[in-house]
Design a protein around this ligand. Structure first.
Ligand code: ADP
Ligand code: MG
Length: 221
């Protein structure tokens, strides 16, 4: 199947009446690497949450692989997250009190098996992201940048169709930044849709589409 998310005339007004995204149109196709670029507060995270079905639009239409999704309930959204999506968010989606390994594999039985014998592909991911010495540690003991790398490792392990990343390079040093950027780019080359919110120009330099979000958000006085 072809992976594609399409947004038409999407507007998001928060409960306090503030419109963070207004009449936004976008098509993200298989193999594309897209960044939402712009200063803090311009609506990058809001857009990412809308595309990731974490937030419902106030108006407009949104389709996932051709299926209308703007009115999806919990069940359809959970199925989308489970079957197709991976999120690289600094403080979202990390399961506290669990090991790094469990947080990457996200399946108790698979994690137990991996504890005894790490599959080669997983061990390569751990090595590559410099997580090889901490995979049995509780995830809570990791730094922000390490948690971000756990999120990337999870997306790689899952081979997700849609990867959503919010400022994935924000707390990384230069080397890890380069690694994460390359890996995200690689995921897109392998057929995923990779959608990133960032204000990192190095990251957006790799992209197929750079969307200047400021253009779509009204200015707050
Ligand atoms: P960015 O990720 O680019 O920094 P956000 O999408 O987080 O921007 O926020 C865009 C705007 O929407 C900001 O002005 C922010 O204050 C506002 N905003 C974000 N979340 C909410 C919310 N839950 N309720 C009201 N306003 C919000
Ligand atoms: Mg943000």
């Amino acid at each position: 199947t072809t992976n594609i998310i399409e947004l038409k005339h999407i507007t998001k007004t928060y409960e306090d009446g503030y419109t963070a995204v207004s009449d936004f149109n976008l098509e993200v196709k298989q193999g594309e690497f897209i960044t939402f670029l712009g200063p803090s507060g311009c609506g990058k995270t809001t857009l990412l949450n809308l595309l990731g079905m974490l937030l419902s639009p106030t108006s407009g239409t949104l389709t996932v692989n051709g299926t209308p999704a703007e009115h999806w309930g919990d069940r359809e959204r959970c199925r989308f997250w489970h079957d197709h999506a991976a999120f690289v968010f600094q403080d979202y989606g990390i399961i506290p009190n669990e090991t790094v390994l469990s947080n990457i594999v996200l399946d108790t039985r698979a994690a137990k098996r991996a504890r005894r014998h790490i599959p080669r592909r997983l061990s390569a991911i751990l090595d590559y992201l410099h997580l090889q010495d901490m995979y049995l540690q509780p995830v809570d003991t990791l730094s922000g940048g390490e948690k971000q790398r756990v999120g990337v490792a999870r997306a790689l392990w899952k081979q997700a169709d849609f990867v959503f990343a919010d400022e994935p390079t924000a707390s990384l040093d230069a080397e890890n930044k380069r690694i994460v950027t390359d890996l995200l780019f690689d995921l897109a080359q392998k057929g995923a849709c990779v959608i990133i919110a960032t204000h990192d120009d190095d990251l957006s330099a790799h992209c197929h589409q750079v969307i200047d979000v400021e253009y779509f958000s009204p200015h707050r006085d």
